[in-house]
Ligand binder design. Structure first.
Ligand code: IPM
Ligand code: MG
Length: 360
């Protein structure tokens, strides 16, 4: 097939990890006879450097002409980078939130599974994960606190700040439907995470999710408070199948879920709208401290590219081949520095990309 793919290399380790994912995609194209046309798109700090803003209309329009967009990561060191001297709405992160909103990418899927080979990199005790875990976080991505009204002002002589957490029933319903659809193809359990003992938005969330669950009689719904969920993720992660939650809770819980897989460098992610289009990016950040050192783990980006093959391009067997190649390098003992353990073969970012590409 012919496909057009947008590439957002981004900032920090972004360009390095995207290069490795593209290497793997080139291998997929050569092996399975596809042609991917790439269009480079600027976002975040790279866009600020070029245009003074983290997201331009040109990037949004160009992304819309693509079948999918593969992204590295955006942002810099908040203490030293000039990007963080700009007002908050002009910083790199605002570009990422902006493109998610502009493209309607409301459904963020973040799978977290433990490769048994990475057992030593996982901080959890053996008794906690006798059988590993394999869960997916379905995070609402275009609503809630990150998109509500916010301002900083002075009240009674004190500087005061306010953020707003708002969801309407349609926003909750469409993400709940996604989660149940995914659960039907997995182990048929949805854990909906909220803070319904305190928040009105969570009480509405719970009500709508329960309504949606009636259309999925073979899927079990469990409601869990977010503080308990944070605890359960380190107490017994094997209990989870699909974790459905709102934007900020999902942001926090997905970092926690990534750490128990051994490294945030392992966690892929797909951000989808109502169509086949998606933006695929590792869940981790731009790690400016290790940029250019060859230490970055490209696996999350490579697994994100596999999700792109599966969800946006319908290339199921190609996606399987990439995932199997990742599994194989794990089994053979290739490790970037973040997941290194005794007796394994320590490799750089590009050596890991080569090893995976060769095994596709
Ligand atoms: C993520 C990131 C972003 C988010 C930031 C960079 C805005 O943390 O994708 O999880 O909060 O969504
Ligand atoms: Mg995050």
């Amino acid at each position: 097939m012919d496909a057009k793919i947008g590439l957002i290399r981004g900032d920090g380790i972004g360009p390095e990890i995207v290069t490795e994912a593209k290497k793997v995609l080139d291998r997929v194209c050569a092996k399975y006879g596809h042609t991917f046309h790439y269009e480079e798109l600027l976002l975040g700090g790279a866009s600020i450097d070029a245009y003074g803003v983290p997201l331009t209309d040109e990037t949004i329009e160009a992304a819309k002409t693509c079948d999918a967009v593969l992204m590295g990561s955006i942002g810099g060191d908040a203490k030293t980078s000039p990007w963080y001297k700009l007002e908050p709405s002009k910083r790199p992160e605002a570009g990422l939130l902006g493109i998610r909103k502009a493209l309607g990418l409301f459904a963020n899927l973040r799978p977290a599974k433990l490769y048994m080979e990475l057992r030593d990199a996982c901080p959890l005790h053996d008794r906690v994960i006798p059988n590993g875990f394999d869960l997916i976080i379905v995070r609402e991505l275009t609503g809630g606190l990150y998109f509500g009204e916010r301002k900083t002002f002075t009240e009674n002589g004190k500087v005061t700040a306010i953020d707003t957490l708002k969801y309407n029933e349609d926003e909750i319903r469409r993400i709940a439907i996604r989660a149940f659809d995914i659960a039907e193809k997995r182990r048929k359990k949805v854990t909906s995470v909220d803070k319904a003992n305190v928040l009105d938005s969570s009480r509405l969330w719970r009500k709508i999710v329960e309504e949606v669950s009636h259309d999925y009689p073979d899927v079990t719904l469990e409601n869990m408070l977010v503080d308990n969920c944070a605890m359960q993720l380190v107490k017994d992660p094997g209990q989870f199948d699909v974790v459905l939650t709102e934007n900020m809770f999902g942001d926090i819980l997905s970092d926690e879920a990534s750490m128990i897989t051994g490294s945030i460098g392992m966690l892929s992610s797909a951000s989808l709208n109502e169509t086949k289009f998606g933006l695929y990016e590792p869940s981790g950040g731009s790690a400016p401290d290790i940029a250019g050192t060859g230490k970055a783990n490209p696996i999350a980006t490579i697994l994100s590219a596999a999700m792109m093959l599966r969800f946006s391009l319908d290339l199921e067997k190609e996606a399987d081949a990439v995932e199997a190649a990742v599994q194989q390098v794990m089994t053979e003992g290739y490790r970037t520095f973040d997941i290194m353990s005794d007796g394994c073969n320590k490799v750089s970012t590009s050596e890991m990309g080569d090893a995976i590409a060769e095994r596709v």
